[in-house]
Design a protein around this ligand. Structure first.
Ligand SMILES: *Cc1c(COP(=O)(O)O)cnc(C)c1O
Length: 248
């Protein structure tokens, strides 16, 4: 019999046993395929990024071995401490968590993309560090689509202004947008927020702002990646559904 989502999340055996993450990985790839089928998208338009915060190296390496090509970490320190244990050949690394300006020099040039740019101040710090390091940093701008006070991200009505300003900075390539949805039970509500994000993404794309290349729309997590794909996500960030429940 098929295991339920809950069993995958909570019922995993000892940490050293990595078979369950390989199972989860294949199941999520199936979900991606099916979600794409329901809306006439191609599965290769959607990239799965495994969110590795609090996850030990054996589990991460197992999914990489199974074919995972993108991982994301929330914290600069955790990523830098863990990466020498990871088999990162050919794997893209993203920073997806809130970034303090004092940590910027440590991470610029060390990951392939920073997804959490949400102010001109932070963008300037990343641009300056990138120039000092002699690199160009790919970034996404994070949007607070649910308007929650507790969430980071720029509000949708400030987004275009911010993009015009960031577009002027050297050392950065703006590749798209990222968002974290509020916690919602209703699938239609999820889709409504995701479709608002997609609309912003398409609007900005049509405006051809300097140095802005809207190719990545990063949205959808364990609880809502199916709805995100149905509304146009190109990158989904999946943690617990892939690696099991997090223990901090
Ligand atoms: C933790 C995290 C995720 C993944 O969350 P899950 O619900 O475990 O899939 C995705 N994006 C960001 C920014 C995160 O911090």
């Amino acid at each position: 019999m098929e295991k339920s989502f809950d069993e995958h999340l909570h019922g995993h055996p000892a940490l050293s046993d990595t078979d369950f993450v390989a199972d989860n990985y294949r199941r999520i790839l199936d979900d991606i395929n099916n979600a794409c089928l329901t809306v006439g998208r191609k599965a290769d338009e959607v990239t799965l990024l495994g969110v590795t915060k609090t996850v030990d190296a054996p589990r991460i390496n197992r999914v990489i071995q199974e074919g995972l090509t993108h991982i994301g970490e929330n914290r600069v320190q955790e990523f830098l401490g863990k990466r020498s244990f990871l088999h990162l050949d050919g794997v893209n690394t993203h920073l997806i968590g809130p970034l303090q300006t004092n940590k910027v020099p440590k991470i610029v040039g060390e990951v392939d993309m920073i997804e959490s740019i949400d102010s001109i101040r932070l963008a300037q710090a990343v641009a300056a560090a990138a120039q000092r390091a002699g690199v160009t940093m790919d970034v996404l701008v994070e949007v607070n689509i649910g308007g929650e006070a507790s969430k980071s991200g720029v509000s949708p009505d400030m987004l275009e202004d911010l993009l015009w300003q960031i577009g002027l900075l050297p050392g950065l390539h703006i590749k798209g947008l990222m968002t974290i949805l509020p916690i919602l039970d209703d699938d239609r509500e999820k889709r409504r927020f995701f479709s608002q994000m997609y609309k912003l993404f398409i609007d900005i794309k049509s405006k051809s702002i300097d140095n802005i290349n809207m190719s990545v729309l990063s949205m959808g997590m364990s609880a809502d990646y199916v709805q995100a794909i149905q509304e146009g996500a190109t990158l989904i960030r999946v943690g617990s559904a892939l690696f099991g429940k997090r223990t901090y």
